[in-house]
Design a protein around this ligand. Sequence first.
Ligand code: NAP
Length: 248
Amino acid sequence: MNNPFTLQGKVILVTGASSGIGRAVAIECSRMGAKVIITARNSSRLEETFSQLEGKGHSLFTADISKPDVIENMIPNLPSLDGITHCAGIIKNIPFVYASPENIEEVMKINFYAPAEITRMSIKAKKLKRDSSVVFISSVSGVFCSAIASSVYSASKGAINGLLKGMALDLAPKGIRVNSINPGVVETHIFDADVISREQLEEDKKRYPLKRFGKPEEIAYAAVYLLSDASAWITGTNLLIDGGYTLL
Ligand SMILES: NC(=O)c1ccc[n+]([C@@H]2O[C@H](COP(=O)([O-])OP(=O)(O)OC[C@H]3O[C@@H](n4cnc5c(N)ncnc54)[C@H](OP(=O)(O)O)[C@@H]3O)[C@@H](O)[C@H]2O)c1
């Protein structure tokens, strides 16, 4: 039976795969038949993800992609790719007046430069195939709205948004599609660093029309769609998944 949503025969790189959304994307891609290459810094959590992948032929490697030399070294070792899902990211809550250039650099390194450079260098090294698909896990923040003390985080996600619009135009002649997924709050470890208190998160939850936060797999299903041939005519777009949050 023809299934346009299948990832059978595709090779997909997933960053930030040791946790949260990246882990779910890796697992769901494997369930749809892809061979996945997963990366993050924490080897034991990455292996935990690896153990949950379905099918054969997957691989993993640890890398701190906030470091340009690490990205440079990893590209030649990648196989030919049908897609990349950029899930690695950090959140930093800091009021704008206290946001130093160092704070901005810390966030931009991982949320903006790393996905931009991994994609650019993969194309230059001819690792991204014709008709491949690049998916950025962006956010509602910085594209549709923001939050108190989120200016730096919003800036990193807004920058990805601008990047992908231009990239989509530049890469269309190669058949490479570029899109983002823009989630509202998703239950992952990203808030473990106490950037937002549990009480504040419970308050925020009440503002969601669907009265709950998202689940990592609900973002992963959209990534599968954007990586698959079912979305072959979609490029340069932002897919909002937020339980209705930005309606109000
Ligand atoms: N959760 C949400 O509510 C939400 C909402 C909107 C957008 N997002 C976005 O979704 C993406 C995934 O977030 P998440 O919620 O799944 O967070 P998470 O559970 O904290 O996962 C973040 C991932 O990024 C990796 N990472 C962080 N710094 C890295 C570095 N320097 N080098 C390599 N890998 C690095 C982490 O792995 P290691 O620590 O092992 O390196 C981890 O696998 C992020 O871009 C985030 O901004 C999340």
